[in-house]
Design a protein around this ligand. Structure first.
Ligand code: FAD
Ligand code: NAI
Length: 508
């Protein structure tokens, strides 16, 4: 009897689950009709389609504003899984979500322009935008006025002015970066196996150098070593003795934001995976075929070493975008800021009244992470929704006081008075929105060979853990954080494909 019931329950939950997913997919494909944007409402311009901006748009009641989104990228990118796209563990389209379909699901329509904002004119409440894509129409540069502006343009790759980085290195921030790396890995491998290649060249071409021991560098190095161990050495055995990954970091440790035991765990795992970690080594110059790095030898003398490479991936953190730098130069209160826009506890750009900033371009005392950006975006959505409510209550209040003044009888006056009292109470409640508070859920990073590290805050304190179990946690956590059901299904299919067939080693 018990077994029979267990089976029935299993059946029922399977049917329920399928119906639920099916309903989700159906709704995703058939959005209801939208209201047109109302030009009489305040124009809210949002710059960017990254973590900060999209999290704002997700929760924003768009019917309260005339919303315009400007970004050169017409999709949202789930960056935590981008390192997996460099080796084909995951295909890049699986972690992209088109902004068009996302915006089409909002109650009131939102205008989207695929363009880069080249200048924000703070005084005149105007932004200048440029269509940077290949296809141009009769116009490709124009201006958009705003009443309210949210800057969520992210950051640029830091190079610290080190010569040669832009010309010879690959960054890892956007989809085209991951595609370029994927192509280059295979190009290096195929060129290394070219007829009569000299042994030094083979060694150089198969030397994969990663600069920057932050999470981007570490995750990429882990993915690359996996690619070699699981696929490359199987199909191209002749590279086995020469393929080598080196991680160069200026500080004494990699992953400085993780706890000490996890740093040690990562360094030990890398040793086992035969990834070389060169800490306290600062890259000073980049040439086409080698980098120059400085380290201090056992006698305390500074040594400049030439390290030949085939592939160079540069992951040394964030720098300011020119459009942000330009905005800062227009606002005296931003004069002392170097790393981004100073914002107050409501994410208002200091020195302005109608500009807010979220994510990597804002300085709010938190690390530049997706976690912070998305919480900031969600906070702004709440704030703007409340502000709209406040506006509508205030208009209603003004109308009611008019009614009260002109009322011809005591009853009418009393009625209006009662309504005013209620509205004032509601207004106080609505206006009472607290400042932004970040809630840190923890840090996670993949370190290769199906291992991950996690520093997680639990109710009871902190949990620092590493290993294979953490890897399953890492997978499920990232899967649950994916943007949509579609993304989740695609990522699961990619993981399964990699498990069954291995990664694709063809060079597109
Ligand atoms: P972004 O997400 O970078 O978005 C910026 C947007 O602005 C983009 O749509 C861009 O096209 C647009 N834009 C750029 N210039 C302009 C312009 N001039 N005008 C208009 N629009 C413009 N964080 C975590 O918390 N966990 C992780 O696991 C994690 N993994 C990461 C892995 C990698 C490889 C990378 C690179 C980052 C990772 N991060 C992670 C960090 C995280 O991605 C960033 O902190 C986050 O993307 C910041 O969000 P944002 O909205 O500020 O900027
Ligand atoms: P980062 O700023 O975290 O690390 C860059 C590293 O490069 C630093 O350790 C720095 O010492 C080193 N470096 C700088 N110049 C150097 C030089 N010339 N030579 C050698 N080393 C040099 O940058 P990263 O990894 O790109 O991350 C950016 C942000 O994104 C961080 O806030 C990070 O937390 C977040 N992120 C989070 C991830 C996660 O949680 N799993 C994954 C990727 C990024």
């Amino acid at each position: 009897g018990f077994l029979k019931w267990t089976w029935r329950l299993t059946y029922l939950s399977a049917i329920g689950g399928t119906l639920y997913i099916g309903w989700g997919i159906y709704q995703g494909r058939t959005p209801p009709a939208q209201y047109d944007p109302d030009p009489s409402k305040k124009t809210l311009v949002v710059l960017g389609t990254g973590w900060g901006a999209v999290s704002l748009l997700k929760k924003l009641d768009t019917e309260n504003y005339n919303v315009i989104v400007v970004s050169p990228r017409n999709y949202f990118l789930f960056t935590p899984l981008l390192p997996s796209c460099t080796t084909g563990t995951i295909e890049h389209r699986s972690i992209m979500e088109p902004i068009r379909s996302f915006l089409r699901h909002k109650k009131a329509a939102v205008k989207y322009y695929e363009a880069e904002c080249t200048k924000i004119d703070y005084e005149n409440k105007m932004i200048y935008i440029n269509d940077e894509s290949e296809i141009k129409g009769s116009t490709s540069a124009t201006e958009v006025p705003f009443d309210m502006l949210v800057v969520g343009v992210g950051a640029e790759n830091a190079t610290f002015g080190i010569p040669g980085v832009r010309e010879h290195g690959c960054f890892l921030k956007e989809v085209p970066d991951a595609q370029k790396i994927r192509k280059r890995i295979m190009d290096c491998v195929e060129t290394a196996t070219f007829k009569d290649q000299s042994p030094e060249e083979v060694k150089r071409l198969l030397h994969m150098v990663v600069v920057g021991g932050g999470p981007t560098g570490v995750e990429f190095a882990g993915e690359l070593q996996d690619f070699f161990e699981n696929d490359l050495r199987k199909w191209i055995p002749e590279i086995s003795n020469n393929f080598h990954v080196t991680l160069v970091e200026a500080l004494p440790n990699v992953l400085p934001m993780f706890s000490k035991n996890l740093i040690e765990y990562t360094e030990q795992t890398f040793k086992e995976e035969t990834i070389d970690i060169r800490t306290k080594t600062m890259v000073k110059r980049v040439e086409e075929k080698y980098i120059e790095a400085e380290y201090t030898d056992a006698l305390g003398k500074k040594v400049l070493e030439k390290i030949p490479y085939g592939l160079l991936v540069w992951a040394t953190g964030n720098a300011l975008k020119p459009v942000v730098k330009d905005l800062m130069s227009q606002i005296p209160a931003q004069k002392d800021s170097r790393r981004g826009l100073f914002v107050n506890e409501y994410l208002v750009v200091k020195g302005t009244e109608n500009i807010w900033a979220v994510g990597d371009c804002a300085i709010a005392n938190y690390a530049p992470t997706a976690q912070v950006a998305s919480q900031e975006g969600a906070f702004l959505a709440r704030l703007f929704n409340q502000m709209a409510k406040t506006d509508s209550i205030e208009t209603e209040l003004a109308e009611l006081s008019n009614v009260q003044e002109k009322a011809t009888s005591k009853d009418l006056r009393d009625e209006a008075f009662g309504k005013i009292k209620d509205l004032q109470k509601r207004l106080r409640r609505v206006k009472n929105i607290g400042p932004f508070e970040y809630s840190h859920q923890g840090s996670l990073a993949y370190i290769g060979s199906e291992k991950a590290v996690a520093d997680i805050s639990w109710l009871t304190g902190n949990l620092a853990t590493g290993g294979q179990l953490t890897y399953f946690f890492w997978r499920s956590a990232y899967l649950s954080m994916c943007f949509s059901t579609r993304n989740r299904i695609l990522v699961i299919m990619d993981w399964a494909k990699t498990q069954v067939f291995g990664r694709d080693v063809s060079r597109e």
